[in-house]
Write a protein that binds this ligand. Structure first.
Ligand code: 0A1
Ligand code: ZN
Length: 880
């Protein structure tokens, strides 16, 4: 919705929740899809909600300015303008009987819908995106998740252009009509909120398979895509079948319809959507082929297919009462998909990747102007709350519940939750209550994780009493004020702890186990371990048992010791990170003081040892040897000195590379096997280690290694190796070689849209000087499409989020560029515009000059007029 500049969009509060005045029994929809317009007729059977106190309340239907109302009738009687009123975008109908059928005909123009919410066209194909509030762009409806009804959908369209017509549930009827048209009818036997409605109409092909459920039911599985992409669907299909089986085995959840469909679309604001029985996916999250997809792309497909499938229970069968409860389905489902991926691949590597994302991006969000609790208390535009906090921190909250309760009791809790609330729209409190009831524990303090924003800080110190063989951990927790909340109460923090003896052995703890979960509930608390024969080195917060910032005064030697001996794989990696962070933070200070940079040998020695240890998992080696990213160092900094962070990281990388080049070369060759591509964990690990070695070799700047990268680029038979070589060459100082590989890559892949996105991204993240000019030139390139979110993300979002040197150019050109893009996108696609704002919202963390330039661009956007609710909310919170 575009607001006039003077009108302030209103804030919606959780505390104002009221049950709907009317319930929906049945929703019958009829769509006539045409080139210039779509006519939508909805016939909805309403009855007064007995749970609603006032019987006088009118029916309030949500709508949108793009809806053209053509007819409204109640039980066959056409309403005149006096029978209802328009209040903003809503339609209010007073004086209604207790039950009735409302018929509503609207005219919409999906072909002009650039916001990609509601019904729109993606590459000539009709598709929908109704979460969170897209259904109101299709017809007037009580568009809220606690209104659930049975849907029947009839679609009429030109048979030749749109041979495939899909909706939720089962296909029950269909036929041909005059004028070259055909029609179909779909019935969904499960009541659902409107946000889970979906429709697709297009010229699509599909691959097909079957799955037999644990109770022996046969499910038809179909994945639809454009004909040219049919060869890229096998991996998604395998992942789907694995997900179905995993959910039966791990959560006892069986699929409920006879058919499960996925459709791939190229224009999509997010990753994918869990519409009942008809998931719609961004092509980037479903298409995968060794020739065109990198290893991380395969993993993303596997994870997103699982995520959307798991929503069938955690989201669809049990849904959210209101949008403040979004993490009820998202946090839980991210937890479920993370555990699935951990079971399919390397558990520790998956945990490292997830924690890395949390600690860089979610911690930054929680410390910025958009900070909000996992269950927000208010919002202006719900689309702005599909955040890392709701998803990733929400996942951590569910993980902590499992850590506190133990896997078995947690499963009892999830069974109880699904049984108790099947078919209902519920709250995060209901979820925690099921866990409390299953375990017999009072979880009220735990619920602060849902209602308080900010990242808690946990300081721990250890004290050894040799005489009494007693070791004490003193803990202190605090949580800094957040943009939305000044003071916080102490959280219940599960701290998983192990104690190592000086030989690296695990000391048995109080209950004989080697890891104990301590429950910190107060601001200050001490935990005593008896019978500890020597002063131990503690391994704290094992497997990252809580989303907090931990401080413990480890020496470099102790960190190296933990890297070598900790039985907890996550903490071995984290010790390496902490070691590197400590060293790099010191160097950042040196850089700022103008002192010469010198890398102390501890890090190089530690890395060398890791490289020479043949027994280690290769994926872990690659993770351990990856330096903390610029984004993580920025998050940790009080004030972000872009030049210092960039220069120090580069210096450390180059120094390590120079010192260990022969070792890296050996690692490269040892892992450069001629083998058929496979996305299994061991092969992915080998490629990641090989390409890490190549990256260090390229960091030496030596021509020999450029040739090695060129050879890999020329000979690679898979996109992982090809793209790794391309990136290293393009990001190097070898400019001539860079343009040669870029040109050859484009020539080869110009017809593969997702590969072209990678090509755009490699250039957008190129740290060498002049990147902005090149990005601006790419905006005019035929490969770019300013209406396709995937292209916008690949070029603009990557430039602003990953190319810190060029985006933060001290002349302010990067900021100006981004603001210009946002001003255009604000009207075209508000969700994307609002997400793109993120890097500018962090302006307070930069030194004065940059900070002022960033703020000035935010102010320029804010006076550009006609701000969408999405952009308005982020801007106003950022400038408050
Ligand atoms: N529920 C989806 C995410 C999603 C949310 C909003 C969308 O459009 C604005 C699209 C998808 C998921 O968690 O996968
Ligand atoms: Zn989700």
């Amino acid at each position: 919705m575009n607001q006039p500049a003077t009108e302030q969009p209103s804030v919606i509060y959780l505390k104002d929740y009221e049950a709907p005045a009317f319930l929906v029994e049945q929703t019958d929809l009829r769509f006539e899809l045409e080139e210039e317009q779509t006519l939508v007729r909805s016939q909805v059977r309403y009855s007064r909600n007995p749970g609603c106190v006032s019987r006088q309340r009118p029916l309030v239907l949500d709508g949108h300015e793009s809806l053209e109302l053509q007819r409204l009738s109640i039980d066959g009687e056409v309403l005149s303008a006096q029978d209802y009123r328009r209040e903003g975008e809503q339609l209010v109908i007073p004086d209604l009987p207790d039950s009735f059928t409302l018929e509503c005909v609207t005219r919409i123009e999906p072909q002009n819908n650039t916001a990609l919410e509601g019904l729109y066209k993606s590459d000539g194909m009709f598709c929908t995106q109704c979460e969170a509030e897209g259904f109101r762009r299709i017809t007037f409806y009580q568009d809220r998740p606690d209104v659930m009804g049975l849907f029947e959908t009839t679609i009429v369209a030109d048979k030749q252009r749109y041979p495939v017509l899909l909706s939720n549930g089962n296909l029950v009827d269909g036929g041909d009509e005059e004028g070259g048209k055909h029609w179909v009818r779909w019935q969904d036997p499960f009541p659902k909120p409107a946000y889970l409605f979906a429709l697709v109409g297009g010229d699509l092909e599909y691959v097909e398979d079957r799955y037999t459920t644990c109770s022996g039911r046969q499910i038809a599985l179909k994945i639809f895509a454009e004909a040219k992409d049919l060869d890229k669907l096998e991996y998604a299909m395998t992942s789907l079948k694995q997900s179905m089986q995993w959910d039966e085995q791990v959560y006892g959840r069986e699929y409920d319809l006879d058919i499960f469909m996925i459709v791939a679309v190229d224009f999509f604001n997010m990753g994918a959507m869990e519409n009942k029985g008809l998931n719609i996916f961004n092509t980037s999250c479903v298409l995968a082929h060794p020739k065109t997809t990198v290893d991380t792309g395969f993993q993303r497909v596997e994870g997103v297919v699982a995520h959307e499938y798991f929503h069938n229970w955690s989201g669809n069968r049990v849904t959210c009462r209101d949008w403040f409860q979004l993490s009820l389905k998202e946090g839980f489902t991210v937890f479920r998909d993370a555990e699935f991926s951990a079971d399919m691949n390397s558990r520790t590597v998956k945990r490292i990747e997830d924690v890395t994302l949390l600690r860089t991006a979610q911690f930054a969000e929680d410390a910025g102007p958009m900070a909000h609790p996992v269950r927000p208390a208010s919002f202006i535009e719900i689309s702005n709350f599909y955040t890392l906090t709701v998803y990733e921190k929400g996942c951590e909250v569910v993980r902590m519940l499992r850590t506190l309760l133990g896997a078995e009791t947690f499963r009892k809790g999830s069974d109880l939750y699904f049984d108790r609330h099947d078919g209902q729209a519920v709250t995060t409190d209901d979820f925690v209550q099921a866990m409390a009831d299953a375990s017999g524990r009072d979880m009220s303090r735990f619920k602060l994780w849902y209602s308080q924003s900010g990242t808690p800080q946990l300081s721990i110190s250890g004290e050894y009493d040799a005489e009494h063989q007693r070791y004490t951990l003193h803990m202190h927790q605090s949580c800094p004020a957040s943009a939305d909340m000044a003071t916080k109460q102490p959280f219940l923090i599960p701290v998983a702890v192990g104690l190592l003896d000086p030989q690296g052995g695990e000391i048995p703890l109080n209950d004989g186990a080697t890891t104990e979960v301590l429950e910190l509930i107060a601001a200050e608390q001490s935990f005593v371990f008896e019978n500890i024969p020597v002063e131990p080195i503690p391994s704290l917060l094992r497997d990252f048992s809580a989303p907090v910032k931990l401080q413990f005064p480890y020496s470099s030697e102790q960190l190296v010791f933990l890297m070598q001996h900790d039985s907890d794989g996550f903490n071995r990696w984290d010790a390496a990170q902490q070691l590197a962070v400590g060293i790099m933070s010191g160097l950042i200070g040196d850089y700022q003081q103008g002192r010469e940079l010198r890398l102390e040998p501890a890090l190089i020695r530690a890395y060398e040892q890791v490289l020479s240890n043949q027994g280690l998992d290769k994926a872990m080696v690659a993770k351990v040897l990856t330096l903390p990213t610029e984004a993580y160092l920025s998050e940790l900094a009080e004030e972000i000195d872009v030049d210092a962070i960039y220069s120090v990281r580069r210096f450390v990388r180059e120094t390590i590379a120079a010192a260990l080049a022969p070792v890296f070369l050996q690692v490269y060759h040892d892992n450069n096997l001629v083998e058929e591509y496979s996305p299994d964990a061991a092969s992915v690990a080998r490629r990641s280690l090989k390409n890490l070695a190549l990256a260090y070799l390229m960091a030496t700047g030596k021509e020999d290694y450029l040739m090695l990268a060129q050879q890999q680029f020329d000979e690679a038979d898979n996109m992982t190796d090809s793209q790794a070589a391309l990136t290293l060459i393009v990001h190097s100082e070898h400019r001539q070689a860079a343009s040669v590989v870029l040109e050859s890559f484009y020539q080869r892949w110009q017809n593969e849209s997702l590969v072209v996105n990678q090509w755009l991204g490699v250039q957008a993240s190129d740290p060498t000087a002049g990147a902005l000019m090149r990005v601006q030139a790419l905006l005019e390139h035929p490969a770019y499409d300013s209406t396709n979110p995937n292209k916008i993300r690949a070029l603009i979002a990557v430039f602003c989020a990953q190319n810190i040197l060029n985006f933060h150019n001290s002349d302010g050109s990067g900021y100006r560029f981004l603001a210009d893009q946002i001003i255009v996108l604000n009207t075209q696609n508000p969700q994307i515009a609002s997400r793109l704002l993120t890097p500018l919202t962090r302006w307070r963390k930069y030194p004065a000059e940059r900070s002022a330039l960033m703020k000035a661009e935010l102010e320029r956007i804010s006076v550009s007029g006609n701000l969408s609710r999405d952009v308005f909310e982020v801007l106003s919170k950022s400038l408050a």
